[in-house]
Design a protein around this ligand. Structure first.
Ligand SMILES: O=C(O)c1ccccc1N[C@@H]1O[C@H](COP(=O)(O)O)[C@@H](O)[C@H]1O
Length: 196
């Protein structure tokens, strides 16, 4: 089970996620209570070992804006949330980064790779809201390297995995004590429960 912890803002929480066994960690570079600057993302990413993927998260920015911020932050992957056209992914291909497409299930092409992306995230309608949704509704529909997200936490991730049978999971709100405030204990519990 591939596990991504998103919305990290502090070195201690980055360390907690890495030590807990996360496969990927996300830095939000778009409008959100979890937003950080590309400069801070670069500082945090510098401490992450090579086997953990560092991801910059965007929602609605132009490919030029994504390109600039991703380069400044030194991450190894970019995640585009929302209705980005195929051309936006094509425009970023030459960066050589892992490309992650993310959005709600309704109306989306659920084949990972359909937009030349490397990973797909199937999320709730409002990303980063912590709102659970009907995870079972997508069981058997997405194809390839796809992560389930939206309203997951230590207490429900095993149920969600059983319902949707994803390749991986992605969490932000569910490992926080308040919007944007991560908790190392919840991060550890989430990773263990996801793989349990
Ligand atoms: O985490 C955010 O604040 C965020 C903001 C804008 C776009 C994406 C964001 N994060 C992604 O949202 C889900 C997690 O949602 P939840 O809070 O666990 O319900 C995940 O895909 C994050 O990568």
């Amino acid at each position: 089970m591939y596990v991504k912890i998103c919305g990290l803002r502090e070195p201690g929480h980055v360390t907690a996620a890495v030590e807990a066994g996360a496969d990927a960690i996300g830095f939000v570079l778009t409008r959100s209570p979890r937003r950080i600057t590309p400069e801070l993302a670069r500082e945090l990413a510098a401490e992450v070992p090579a086997h953990v993927l560092t991801v910059a998260v965007f929602a609605g920015e132009t490919p030029q804006e994504v390109r600039r911020a991703a380069t400044e932050s030194g991450v190894r992957a970019v995640q585009l949330h929302g209705a980005h056209p195929h051309e936006d992914f094509t425009a970023l291909k030459d960066l050589g980064l892992t490309l992650v497409r993310a959005g709600a299930a309704a109306g989306a092409d659920l084949r990972c790779g359909a937009f030349d992306e490397d990973m797909l995230i199937v999320d709730a309608p409002r990303p980063g809201s912590g709102e659970p949704w009907d995870w079972a509704a997508v069981r058997g529909l997405p194809q390839g390297r796809w992560m389930l997200a939206g309203g997951l936490g230590p207490a429900n991730v095993a149920e969600a995995v059983a319902a949707a049978q994803p390749w991986g999971v992605d969490v932000s709100s569910g490992v926080e004590t308040a919007p944007g405030v991560k908790d190392a204990g919840l991060i550890r519990e989430f990773v263990a429960a996801a793989r349990g």
